[in-house]
Design a protein around this ligand. Sequence first.
Ligand code: NAI
Length: 291
Amino acid sequence: MAVRLVRRAGVLGCGLMGSGIAEVLARAGVETTVVEVDRDALARGRARVEASLARAVSGGKLSGAAREEALANLVFSTDLGDLAEVDCVLEAIVEDEAAKLEAYRRLDKVVENDAAFFASNTSSIPIMKLAVATSRPEQVLGLHFFNPVPVMRLVEVISSLVTSEETREQARFLATEQLGKRAIASPDRAGFVVNALLIPYLLSSVRMLESGFATREDIDAGMVEGCGHPMGPLALLDLIGLDTAQAVAESLYEEFKEPLYAPPPLLNRMVEAGLLGRKSGQGFYGYRQGG
Ligand code: NAI
């Protein structure tokens, strides 16, 4: 079974994750067409990619010439029809099932290349549901990147019950050989590998705080100083976003009905209050807005 070099890719959605995915594709020499819903969202996405490339240059991780090459590989569009000829589409739109199903129905119609595969970055929606929205379910899988995409090496490669071996190997080739990532395989189950392990741990730290068992500083220092983690669980929750963590916990709980996956009341109340972590300026800790 022959895997091919991916030369042309589409990225659907250019938010936090899509902008990072577009950047790593462009830096790897893949001609990348980024599609967003409207001009404003597209401008924000483009600015995010440009700022990240500028940071890579100022941090000595990328030469000025390499940045120019990456920018030359990027096309920004609001027309899904521009994805007609791509070898694959990496989808990173909002984590909303209805929105994703609609996007897959439309992608299936506009992508003319019969061999193209579709990869979702979803954290919690079953790949199978997205696959059956298309006429090529065996060419749909999950490629779950981690934030920030240009920095984090891991990609989870998620096969649905009907993903073909060819699609899986082709996507794995893109992730490892072309993008330089470390790929791990995961079945199509809520949480995949990493979140199935990480989320119960993070929720336990919230329960520990909520019950008054330990302070936030001691909980975080315990895991940083005692276990060598780069940050404690409460600080990590603030980084991920409490709403995002809650959504993943809910999908895990819905799938397995295990109490350890149920979001604790404190997490739910903080999300209701808009205390979402770094992105809102306040979570378990306070941040300067946008910091
Ligand atoms: P985000 O909210 O930053 O970006 C989503 C983008 O999709 C927005 O710019 C929006 O305008 C755009 N969009 C919405 N509908 C669209 C459509 N039909 N066509 C084109 N663009 C559309 O969200 P984020 O955080 O980047 O998440 C994207 C995906 O990645 C979600 O599935 C999420 O579960 C997943 N993910 C998120 C991680 C994170 O740390 N935030 C980590 C791993 C996966």
